[in-house]
Design a protein around this ligand. Sequence first.
Ligand code: 13P
Length: 244
Amino acid sequence: MAGNWKMYKTPAETTAFFEKFRPLVEKSTHCEIVICPPFTNIAAAVAAAKGSTIQIGGQNIAWAREGAFTGEISGAMLTAVGASHAIVGHSERRQYFGETDETVLKRTVAALDAGLTPIVCVGERLEERESGGTEAVLVSQFTKGIAGLTGQQFAKIVIAYEPVWAIGTGKTATPEIAADAHRVIREQVKAKFGKEAADAVRILYGGSVKPDNVKSLMAQPEIDGSLVGGASLDAGSFASIVNF
Ligand code: 13P
């Protein structure tokens, strides 16, 4: 269960979140818990999570190890401050910052090279769903992005299916819609990396996951976890989601 804080919270607010959140998930051993705050709060989050099982991730990662890349943060920088994960290819990065399947693949490889677990995001936009193009979009994102990994690399990634029309809109995909999309992705994985890889890969659902809908989403065997935006900003609500 992963929280994506997007561009919210200061370091002080991060510390305050963990003070409330930690006791609420102290006994939650049924899943991994990851929180991805803005880069500026990672050190505070790592310090506040110390001694717990909560893991911390970045929301993006540079494809280069270092260099003249203004505004970018490398994998080595993330691991140096104690991060273990990195979100890659979030739809907001694709939509507003020119991220493509090609750059998503490069960033994914950089995360793996740095020893980080990439959470690789895919998902269709509203007009693509309405025109019946969902499957084609998922196949294309997979083929141009994730399929470029080796089998060994693939075994270390987490996939997040986030239909763009469900992000921040309050419109959750129904559990059935989400499960259908997860099946499409898993079939792609099976065709490219084999059955074992398809059975083992974790596919998270993201898009308006809330305490009151998480249970029905997680009841789908296809859905292995959630990537939560807005509802992960509040300690009580994210804890309810973790403890669904
Ligand atoms: P919301 O949960 O706010 O819809 O955001 C989902 C998301 O984009 C997580 O990465």
